[in-house]
Design a protein around this ligand. Structure first.
Ligand SMILES: [Zn+2]
Length: 150
């Protein structure tokens, strides 16, 4: 995908929005912006939210993982969303394991906040001319605690 983007974006008008449909992971968004893409749409934040997948500033977590059973921390310590301010990983895991629909709704809410905040930060870094530094720092941090069990 990255190779195709590098090939086609120079042929696309720079003054028009460039839309990449169905993409993607936080890493894919940053890498696609770096190759000239402006807009995305994707089910990942909600599809993952429904199955316990949590996107965080330090990589993806799976709330079903037993290591979160007693974890009183928020989904993402760097997130200011209403879910992270109110509920612990342990509580959200409990809801998920009990089959409570609220778990999917709350995790999806957090994931959407994470995606929107990431893209807000992308726009800010482009405006301030620091996208290259932002991209490296964002991607390095994303890979820090990447869950092996996804
Ligand atoms: Zn959050």
């Amino acid at each position: 995908m990255y190779g195709v983007l590098e090939f086609i974006t120079p042929m696309m008008p720079a003054e028009r929005p460039r839309y990449l449909m169905g993409v993607g992971t936080p890493e894919d968004l940053i890498e696609a912006v770096g190759r000239g893409i402006d807009m995305f749409d994707c089910v990942m934040p909600t599809r993952n939210g429904r199955t316990g997948g949590v996107f965080t500033s330090r990589g993806k977590l799976n709330i079903r993982n037993a290591r979160f059973t007693l974890d009183e921390g928020p989904l993402d310590p760097e997130c200011g969303c209403s879910v992270c301010r109110r509920y612990s990983r342990a509580y959200l895991r409990h809801l998920y394991m009990a089959g409570e629909m609220n778990a999917a709704t709350l995790i999806s809410h957090h994931n959407l906040t994470f995606y929107l905040d990431s893209m807000r930060r992308v726009r800010q870094s482009i405006k301030s001319g620091s996208f290259a530094r932002f991209r490296k720092e964002y991607l390095d941090k994303l890979r820090e605690n990447e869950d092996q069990d996804g």
